[in-house]
Design a protein around this ligand. Sequence first.
Ligand code: SAM
Ligand code: SF4
Ligand code: SF4
Length: 349
Amino acid sequence: MQRLFSYPVMEELSDQMGRPLHDLRISVTDRCNMRCDYCMPAEVFDANHQFMHRNELLTFEEINSVVESLVPLGIKKIRLTGGEPLLRRDIENLIQMLSKHPVEIAMTTNGLLFRGRGKKLQNAGLNRVTFSLDSLDPIVFEKITGTSGERLQSILDSIDEAIECGLGQVRINSVIRRGVNEQDIDRLIEQFAHLPVSLRFIEFMDVGNHNGWRYNDVIPSSEIRAYLRKSFNLTPINSTQRGEVARRWSVEGGNGFEIGFISSVTQPFCGDCTRARISAEGKLYTCLFTTNGTDLKSILRNKTNENDVQNIISEIWSMRNDRYSEIRNKSPKPGTISLPKIEMSYIGG
Ligand code: SAM
Ligand code: SF4
Ligand code: SF4
């Protein structure tokens, strides 16, 4: 894989809280082949739901152009997400285009369309992959995702394939909710503990407007950790880079297996948030919880000045002071802030 390094060196961007812009998450489609009840509930995202038309989505050339503008500003990592990124036709072509930049390329996927594509994605330039998997019980899986439990095996095969390909340290993300899938904490560990993967438990977040989020349904990471400590010897792993969202722990006896916790609700990490997001229709968001995005697509399509995107993002990032999760936690009753929000499938997880 060839990376070209021919970018002007600019002073690193910093926002109002001293946070650099290191990560870019790109939602390549608002469509998904699952209907997770906490993300795209089937009763809302039904046959009448208006998904975006193809020409409303950013083209691969437009995405590549945004990335090209951002590399001199300090971007180091790109994550392709969605909706389901593997639904975007010829996604390998986009990865190939992006692989010319000096950035790490990762993808978050539900794994349904991954099997048999690992090598092709890797050869195109994909460096790492994260799978989302909330349950190993076919009935619970189906209840959460609206997808037949019979498809579970294909996701597990995909995870094996990604490990075999050497697609980074493969990660598995699991949202554990009270009264829904607590039993999966044990099942997931049993399934993956012998593999060199990072199993990450994510707190259920109040993103979107339709998932009926309640603070009481969130299982704090500390609770899961206390539970695990009864059976495992966990040792904290120091984070290696700024902006790492998961706190990681190694497990005695695990051969490269580690457990991570993404505690966005109970231990917000806004102070270290180095992520910008681009929605499927090409709007820039500087926080998962902001409602106002900046329309990059019009700027790209008007082709006024090729430096416009870079200048605008630079200006927006310099003004940024987002810290929604910290503010939510400081409210007298956490979880009671209820502003309209963007859907996760639209802005990308
Ligand atoms: N479809 C892909 C997948 O599921 O991996 C990529 C997009 S999905 C929006 C990205 C991640 O967001 C998934 O790991 C999902 O579990 C997570 N997610 C979605 N809604 C969430 C919520 N309300 N709280 C916590 N995580 C959420
Ligand atoms: Fe689809 Fe991912 Fe959202 Fe589930 S979490 S509905 S797989 S976008
Ligand atoms: Fe970043 Fe916003 Fe999440 Fe805080 S709430 S970590 S600023 S995305």
